[in-house]
Write a protein that binds this ligand. Sequence first.
Ligand code: SF4
Length: 523
Amino acid sequence: MPAPSAPIQEVKKTTCYMCACRCGIRVHLVDGQVRYIDGNPEHPLNQGVICAKGSSGIMKQYSPARLTKPLLRKPGSERGAGEFEPISWEQAFSILFERLAKIRATDPKKFAIFTGRDQMQALTGLFARQFGTPNYAAHGGFCSVNMAAGMIYTIGGSFWEFGGPDLDRAKLFVMIGTAEDHHSNPMKIALSKFKRNGGRFVSINPVRTGYSAIADEWVPIRPGSDGALLLAIIHEIIAQGLYDRDFLVRYTNAGQLVNLDEKSDEFGMFLRTEVPEEEGCFDPQNKLWWDRASNKPVITHTEGCDPFLLGEFRLADGTPVKPSFQLLQERVKDYTPEWAEGLTGIPAATIKRLAYEMGVTARDQKIELPIAWTDSWGKDHDTVTGNPVAFHAMRGLAAHSNGFHTIRALAILMSLLGTIDRPGGFRHKAPFPRPIPPCAKTPNTPLAVKPNSVLDGMALGWPAEPDDLFVDDSGNPVRIDKAFSWEYPLSVHGLMHNVITNAWRGDPYRIDTLLIFMANMAW
Ligand code: SF4
């Protein structure tokens, strides 16, 4: 390592690899050696800001604890004894080649490769697919997969790389279940600007550290109970009539009719008319509203029609139907603030006040930007409207067994407030939003795995129906982690937290080799 006094000879610009924010950094060199790292002021993401973790990235070069050579367990030593000896890379590759070639030629699924937050999943996923194994996934299964799955299955996008809060225009910002490692420096920059502009910042978090320390209001919550809070806020917004009716009608399925004939195979499904299906995996626009003026069912978005959001109706053949918003109202009827108080530890009065503040800010502080646009149904608009209530959430909501439904509740709350894809609310980043669910599917048969062959399909995907599950004829999982099976149907990032136990148990089958790649569990 160069001496502290040595003059810097060269500065290289790159991105930080110490967390997934990918801040721009400058690496200062002396004789080709790293002297120190600082933030790159010209980088649009962090604008020169660097955190302590980022600047300590120098230890990736100099830490005495880092591995510099492949290690092989000493002959005769016990597994777990920690006795290794260094070997050459040639020797390591030759061991791997011999072992993996044998597996690939016989049964490729007996090789499983699971990666950490390596940010190279395009490459590792391609390797697994070319190898022919279905047993591939990254760390998302024990991290924020519920955030991606819950929101993408509800609105087509999610926080972070898929989209985020528009703090340039928001008036109220609610952060829930977010630690400092997610979107760290960009979030800090945006928050300081937001607060200087007079925005109100509410942080809902079990502990008052990091972001919560600078919040205008910190709302402590019992860990794992965020779903109860969100359902109670939804209850209040509906009970107080503070939802954005126009947004719900035009941009959500709130007015669409659901079949409630318990004897029908279509019970619980949206009513649909016959229309030609579009290419791709887009949900066809063939659902029905119950029109207020004509008191009849009509195809959604029919010009001049306005649907009931509440009520119960009967089709000409006697089929009972209700708009999905009516079903939502019934679903959250018992999720009162008093009910949520017992689970979350947040006083009912605080939950009511928060719901009121969100609803009134979204309704009374609307933004109109003079930008003409055309919506998905071909209607022209002269302006873009924003309801300036923004949210940001992460693993505090996601990494619980109830995470998927908690995140779904958050996406529904954002929909009720009319804050999705609008200024001051949540803005998707291209190429999101995706169709709901996205098009990619895994194979749905074990025949996709063949010796010496590329896997016939993607190892990860977005099931839309039971036929999309990756199971054999008896319904048993094809993957070692049991992802996309009846047990874990929507495990869209795979289940890294299952793989070690399942491999050890030989459940659902024994494998030969588990390769864990770049998986620092702390990150
Ligand atoms: S937030 Fe810190 S650790 Fe993460 S990329 Fe930026 S500088 Fe690196």
